[in-house]
Design a protein around this ligand. Sequence first.
Ligand code: HEM
Length: 228
Amino acid sequence: MSRLTSPTSSTVGQKILVACTGLLLCGFLVVHLAGNLLLFVGPEAYNAYAHKLHSYEPLVKVAEVVLFLLFASHIVLAVRLSIRNRRARGSAYAMSVSKRDDRILGVRLDYWMLPTGLVVLAFLLLHLVDFTWELRPDVTYAELEPYEKALALLTSWPTIVGYSVGTIILGAHLLHGAPSLLQTLGINHPRYNKCIKLLGGLFAVVIALGFFSLVLWANWFEHGGGHG
Ligand code: HEM
């Protein structure tokens, strides 16, 4: 396969792979948010969901490996693309890998894809320490059911700060990323581009606010609001 067409070495191929992995990660976010919104329903629903998920242990392990590969390839390819693009243009500002010119308050969102992506990565590591690897010394994991564990973590200061920043920055990342990946995958048309941009933006806001609402809810609940 020539360098021009190889998906991992050509710029176009890399862009398509970043878009494909990004799309699959967006799918994961939707499923993950839907599962965690069961916290709003109550301990029975959330614990039943968490225990059911863990009862498919081999499938969960496969999903974890797939997720890891998706995150790793998305990050490595996107960073490589940004560096290559920056070198090609010879400017510290030229981090953009997109032809889109989305702006908020005059700021070009595509210039911020690398920094916001790195913040999301830092958030993700904190999140895995909290929930998956269970490494927080201030939480007595063994005694807690999934619902209590989520509540204990979401009301602790490192998590409140980390998740608030993390979910808002995730929203900023998706605000450009979601419509941009559709464009890269050829889902665009001059007649519908405004609509696609709007839907991508809406997706970003719903995902960011959805996860952030769990942090807000847990703290409101903890301070008596949810105890009737
Ligand atoms: C307040 C928001 C969130 C809550 C309450 C939450 C909750 C959880 C829980 C309960 C687990 C499973 C841990 C286990 O039992 O093994 C988990 C895993 C995970 N979460 Fe989240 N999550 C949140 C936000 C996010 C966000 C925004 C992302 C992505 C940017 C994310 C990515 C992941 C990943 C990659 C895993 C590992 C999957 C696995 O171990 O099976 N989470 N989360």
